[in-house]
Ligand binder design. Structure first.
Ligand SMILES: Nc1nc2c(c(=O)[nH]1)N[C@@H](CN(C=O)c1ccc(C(=O)N[C@@H](CCC(=O)O)C(=O)O)cc1)CN2
Ligand SMILES: NCC(=O)N[C@@H]1O[C@H](COP(=O)([O-])[O-])[C@@H](O)[C@H]1O
Length: 286
């Protein structure tokens, strides 16, 4: 069981929780508890279970932070923390590969640029880079779908039920390569985003390419487009060089879009077109 890591911003007492229990770790000495903990810095803590606590010590633990004035045995969900009157949003991320977009948004969260937090990661590849990064950062990992190669994977209905326990506000697909089931799309209407490495719907044109972020519907790549960026194709570009430049723009764009959805700056025009309200100038939309 590898150590869990988590970030407790502006809190002193980390706690951990799986679906059913919360235990709090009085800091810094938690040796009498079933976890040894080591303060990494003022708001980073590593937890390593040395024997089974009252509940299953699995990596399905969610690190929650509480303010220092809470009594032991109760926890204030950091989800109550407000910024400019807006509640912090719970994010789920779906990956199948290296997870560089997931990391980019997570790093933006850690820099304080995105008022959200990843509470769970879903993958169809238990050993992919995105899942490893999640485990290293104390983010629970769920396998979906159930396949021969991933027998521990969930069914669609179980996925919806398990995700509901995390009180998710938005789902970000970040290189997830399986079809999102209609059950999940119905459960999270207009709350599932995907990033695509080309300019939908036409994939781009002569001399330019770029990423697209769109809402997810029942079909691949046909949901409402929320954001795009133009990336010029240079004369000597190889496919690899262009893809790398597009990927860099993906990282920047996904972090900006994540900030917008967490700050509730996405509005739906009467004709069904989603727009992002500028943070700098609330009169402007894009
Ligand atoms: N309901 C939706 N699910 C997903 C969407 C979507 O828009 N609606 N987007 C994809 C991501 N994606 C493009 O952005 C995409 C991913 C995968 C495929 C594809 O053809 N997959 C293969 C299987 C690949 C594999 O198993 O390794 C397939 O389905 O045959 C197309 C587009 C995520 N889900
Ligand atoms: N059709 C979906 C699709 O192709 N998504 C693409 O997969 C890559 C995932 O990279 P990452 O795992 O490093 O974020 C990204 O380029 C993303 O746009």
């Amino acid at each position: 069981m590898e150590a869990l890591f988590g970030v407790c911003s502006n809190s002193l007492f980390p706690s951990i929780q799986n679906h059913k229990n919360t235990i709090l770790l009085p800091f810094p000495n938690s040796a009498h508890l079933p976890f040894s903990s080591q303060l990494k810095s003022q708001n980073r803590v590593s937890l390593k279970p040395h024997d089974l606590p009252p509940f299953e010590a699995s990596n399905n633990l969610l690190l929650k932070c509480i303010s220092s004035d809470e009594r032991l045995g109760t926890s204030v969900d950091e989800g109550d923390s407000l910024k400019d009157g807006v509640r912090i949003k719970n994010l789920a991320v779906f990956v199948s590969g290296g997870g560089s977009n997931f990391r980019a948004v997570h790093e933006a969260i850690l820099r304080g640029e995105v008022h959200g937090r990843f509470v769970v990661l879903v993958t169809n590849k238990h050993d992919c880079g995105g899942a490893q990064y999640a485990r290293e950062n104390g983010i629970p990992v769920i396998i979906y779908p159930n396949t021969k190669g991933e027998p521990e994977g969930l069914s669609s209905n179980n996925l919806v039920a398990v995700l509901s326990s995390y009180e998710i506000d938005f789902i970000l697909l970040a290189g997830y390569l399986k079809l999102i089931p209609s059950e999940l799309i119905r459960a999270y209407s207009n709350s599932i985003l995907n990033i695509h490495p080309s300019l939908l719907p036409a994939f781009g044109g002569k001399g330019y390419s770029g990423p697209t972020i769109h809402f997810v519907d029942e079909n691949y790549d046909t949901g409402r487009i929320l954001a795009q960026r133009i990336v010029p194709v240079l004369a000597n570009d190889t496919a690899k060089e262009l893809a790398a430049r597009v990927l860099r723009q993906e990282h920047k764009m996904y972090a900006e879009v994540a900030a917008a959805i967490c700050e509730e700056r996405v509005i739906w025009r009467e004709d069904g077109v989603p727009l992002i309200r500028s943070k700098a100038n609330p009169e402007h939309y894009s």
